[in-house]
Design a protein around this ligand. Structure first.
Ligand code: S3P
Length: 426
């Protein structure tokens, strides 16, 4: 099991972040049910997205990776073949939940499973609406993987999501592609909308009216060629570290700037960070650009409400910025963090304390009193974003930080360590 030792250091330079994980998953999954061959350039080669490709191959989809390009020969709606083995999603919640939507279209039985972390994550949030549409599920304790699923003839529903979740929204909309009539989801707050944007780019009209999103089935996506933007969630580790270090300067290039994902930039600005967006353009309906950040002193803020889904994956690294900021940072309405790759509220509270920060664990968030990060040894809890957040915390610390159990970083950001070393010249 690997570990990462990160001494205090200042960041400087240019970063091209790895390809966006959410967009990579969706381009493979939608390519698989499209008519024609989808070509995805700059596809993320990481454990999570490769799990998606392997699951699709097990379902009879021809999908090949050549360099960083993925070619997917679409099988059309209801075109998957019954799998001869268990569909193993590894650590990837997105793979499991979005595949449930697609498998609901198919009249055969399949079993979905993954690692220990995935077996602890709630799947009833997709099971419930998909059963209401006519799919059949069997799950451990009615909510955990392994899942058995059998789809069939689906009916459209209008479903109010109990939590803001792009994965659940996507699963229902994908199932809705084969249901005769309008399938609608109503979100409590807006979550990332990559599925909607890619469906539109593939010729499927998706209607968004406030918090209600709908498709009218049957609707067959058509293959496209696209280039995946850089992942703002991966870039965030370095953006946050640079923003919090007086004298640091970082340019992040070709990064996705979808407004449902840019809560991190809003939060950093509110903390006093100096950020500039340049070179803004669009790639298949997704805004892309560069972000320039110059480091300085940050101040604590309150992060809650509808901002939360727009920065949900960046909260781990934001707590690191909060630990070195002036004053208090309060994070509320973020109970979803408890059901991510680890219980992130508990993992963060434990690790922040271990490196000398002052923190209080709340049921739905954290309260962090800014000051200094001393340093020390922390565990990743098998969670890639906890591992990377505390690696960059090492840069901001007085004595350096060792993160143990860092193999998990490969789920979203292989090459993280090399990027870290090159940006701080060590
Ligand atoms: C994702 C959606 C988010 C996010 C996850 C990726 C996606 O989860 O935390 O890392 O690609 O749809 P929820 O949809 O469960 O909030």
């Amino acid at each position: 099991m690997s570990e990462l030792m990160v001494p205090p250091a200042r960041l400087r330079g240019h970063l091209r972040p790895p390809p966006d994980k959410s967009v990579s998953h969706r381009s493979a999954l939608l390519g698989a049910i499209a008519s024609g061959t989808t070509v995805v350039r700059n596809f993320l080669r990481a454990a999570d997205t490769l799990a998606t490709v392997r699951c699709l191959q097990t379902l009879g989809v021809e999908a090949e990776l050549e360099g960083d390009a993925l070619r997917v020969r679409g099988r059309g709606l209801r075109g998957f073949l019954p799998p001869k083995r268990v569909l193993d999603v590894g650590n990837s919640g997105t793979t499991m939940r979005l595949l449930c939507g697609l498998l609901s279209q198919h009249p055969f039985e399949a079993t979905l499973d993954g690692d220990d972390s995935i077996r602890r994550r709630p799947m009833d949030r997709v099971i419930r609406p998909l059963c209401a549409m006519g799919a059949w599920f069997e799950a451990r304790l009615d909510r955990f993987a392994p899942l058995r699923i059998r789809g069939g003839v689906l009916r459209p529903i209008r479903y109010a999501l109990p939590v803001a979740s792009a994965q659940v929204k996507s699963a229902v909309l994908l199932a809705g592609l084969v249901a005769e009539g309008r399938t609608a989801v109503i979100e409590p707050q807006t979550s990332r909308d990559h599925t909607e944007r890619l469906l539109r780019a593939m010729g499927v009209p998706v209607e968004t009216a406030g918090l209600e999103i709908s498709v009218v089935g049957p609707a067959q996506p058509r293959a496209v060629e696209l280039t995946v933007p850089g992942d703002l969630s991966s870039a965030a580790f370095f953006l946050v570290a640079a923003a919090a270090q007086p004298g640091a300067e970082l340019v992040v290039e070709d990064v996705g700037l979808n407004p449902t994902r840019t809560g991190i930039l809003d939060a950093l600005r509110a903390m006093g960070a100096r950020l500039e967006i340049t070179d803004l353009r669009e790639e298949r309906g997704e805004p892309v650009g560069s972000v320039v950040v110059r480091g300085g002193e940050l101040r604590g803020i309150e992060i809650r409400g509808e901002l939360i889904p727009r920065l949900i994956d960046e909260l781990p690294v934001l707590t690191v910025a909060a630990a070195v900021a002036e004053g208090e940072t309060v994070i509320r309405d973020a109970a979803e963090l408890r059901v991510k790759e680890s219980d992130r509220i508990a993992s963060l509270a434990r690790n922040l304390r271990a490196v000398g920060a002052e923190v209080e664990e709340l049921s739905d968030g954290l309260l962090i009193r800014g000051g200094q990060i001393r340093g020390g040894v922390v565990d990743s809890f098998g969670d890639h974003r906890i591992a990377m957040a505390f690696a960059v915390a090492g840069l901001l610390s007085e004595e350096g930080i060792t993160v143990t159990n860092t193999d998990c970083i490969a789920t979203s950001f292989p090459g993280f360590e090399q990027v870290l070393r090159s940006l701080c010249g060590t």
